[in-house]
Write a protein that binds this ligand. Structure first.
Ligand SMILES: *Cc1c(COP(=O)(O)O)cnc(C)c1O
Length: 432
């Protein structure tokens, strides 16, 4: 586990390094971006995202496949554009995400619609634009989709999300493949669901999917889920319902704190061995990675506002907060926190790094050894996924700006939100 002291260099995600004592990504020192755009500021590396994608592309080379980036991890349009231009389709979970997908010009048949609570209006819109597949999560949803499609004179392409009841061995809030989770259809009910789907005039069965959780760091849960899914595939096809594609979901973890998830190409080598061994190696494959494409490619830069030493705890108060970086408050998640310019002359002290929000849950890191002064800028590492996309306006804090780095070029891809942006849709009541 990397621990930061004033002297020893922390291990950083790929692409990030200290050059002449300045934290750098690709060709750019992050302190120049903090000075230019202000803090809190999210900075993403295009090369780091494309490298992460390349590992999947290598792993699936020679197989018919579609990598649908799960945009809820980070849905900035420029990031979607980057991944779509590099060959990705998109996995969406709402009407809003569908609008983002269309705004970046992805081919609609390369869109997959996931989620347990699609509304009729969302179904109608997705059918109008002609998305590639609805990943359906209950029989009730299947029946509504059938009715909506029939009312439009269409057949909705569907896949049933299997809940394989395997333990992804991750945080309970991000585990989704156990029978007590709200996701998917219990594997013992899946065959009957497919028989039913195949009989619906408004549905066209195209595939089968599962997604067992997030931040998965072992290969075994994937292999177990695949085995269970293939058992179902053979039963479903024996019942006369052919499946064009197999969708293994997303969920591959990243290194936040010394975790050692398999590389995407290594994971896929193992999964393809099993697919080949069971005779499904030539089937069209779909995957839905989110975190593993963008998580380690981003950082959040934040300025130290105040040092507040105490009897039992020392607090480092920074200008980013739980509204910008919700993962620690939500999941007790760990993000490495490092200075942009280490102070070799100062002795490190143990700090709780906290934000300005009026909640004790507003912390970004606990018991961190840091040598810092007010005015220094810190980088919260591995902040590319499930940070900005989960950001809120709590305390009427404007959401941070975002910058994309490509080589030695930086582009603003989202401007800092103003107070006026935040209350644009609110009305004063008229005086009586
Ligand atoms: C969130 C989600 C993903 C992406 O998960 P990651 O852990 O970010 O890879 C993929 N598929 C579905 C259905 C999801 O809900």
């Amino acid at each position: 586990m990397p621990t930061l002291t004033g002297t020893s260099a922390p291990s950083l995600p790929p692409g990030f390094s200290y050059q002449s004592d300045r934290l750098t990504i690709e060709g750019i020192a992050l302190d120049t971006l903090a000075a230019q755009y202000g803090t809190p500021l999210f900075v993403y590396s295009r090369a780091a995202m494309l490298d992460a994608l390349a590992a999947y592309q290598r792993g699936l080379q020679g197989r018919e496949h579609l990598i649908c980036y799960a945009m809820k991890a980070n849905s900035n349009l420029a990031i979607l554009q980057t991944l779509v231009q590099a060959g990705c389709g998109l996995d969406i979970v709402s009407r809003g995400e569908l609008e983002r997908a269309l705004a970046v010009g992805v081919e609609p048949t390369r869109i997959i619609f996931s989620g347990v609570g699609k509304t009729r209006a969302e179904m109608r819109h997705a059918l109008e634009v002609g998305i590639g597949c609805f990943n359906v999560e209950s029989t009730a949803e299947l029946d509504v989709l059938d009715a909506v499609a029939q009312s439009m004179g269409l057949r909705a392409p569907v896949s049933v999300r299997v809940n394989p009841n395997v333990d992804a061995k991750t945080h309970p809030y991000i585990s989704t493949g156990l029978k007590d989770n709200k996701f998917g259809i219990a594997h013992e009910d899946v065959l009957a669901t497919y028989r039913h789907a195949a009989s619906c005039a408004g549905l066209r069965v195209v595939g089968i999917d599962c997604h067992i959780g997030s931040q998965i760091t072992d290969i075994d849960p994937y292999l177990d889920a695949l085995d269970r899914m293939l058992d179902l595939v053979s039963a479903i096809e024996a019942a006369g319902v052919p499946l064009e594609h197999l969708d293994l979901g997303g969920g591959l973890g990243i290194n936040y704190q010394g975790e050692t998830p398999p590389a995407a190409d290594e994971l896929w080598q193992r999964l393809l061995e099993k697919l080949d061994a069971r005779g499904y190696g030539q089937r069209r494959l779909v995957i839905e990675p989110g975190r593993s494409l963008v998580g380690n490619a981003g950082v959040c830069l934040t300025e130290v506002l105040y040092l507040k030493p105490g009897e039992h705890k020392n607090f480092l108060i920074v200008d980013a907060a739980m509204n910008d970086l919700p993962r620690p408050a939500m999941y007790q998640a760990f993000h490495q926190i490092v200075p942009l310019s280490p102070r070799q002359a100062l002795p490190p002290t143990t700090w709780d790094v906290v934000g300005p929000v009026c909640e004790s849950g507003d912390w970004l890191g606990r018991d961190r050894r840091l040598a810092v002064q007010a005015g220094d800028v810190l980088a919260v590492m591995s902040a590319g996924a499930y940070c900005m996309s989960m950001a809120s306006n709590y305390n009427t804090r404007g959401r941070a700006a975002e910058v994309l780095v490509d080589g030695n070029h930086a582009t603003l891809i989202r401007s800092r939100e103003t107070a006026a942006d935040q209350f644009r849709n609110e009305m004063l009541i008229s005086a009586t």
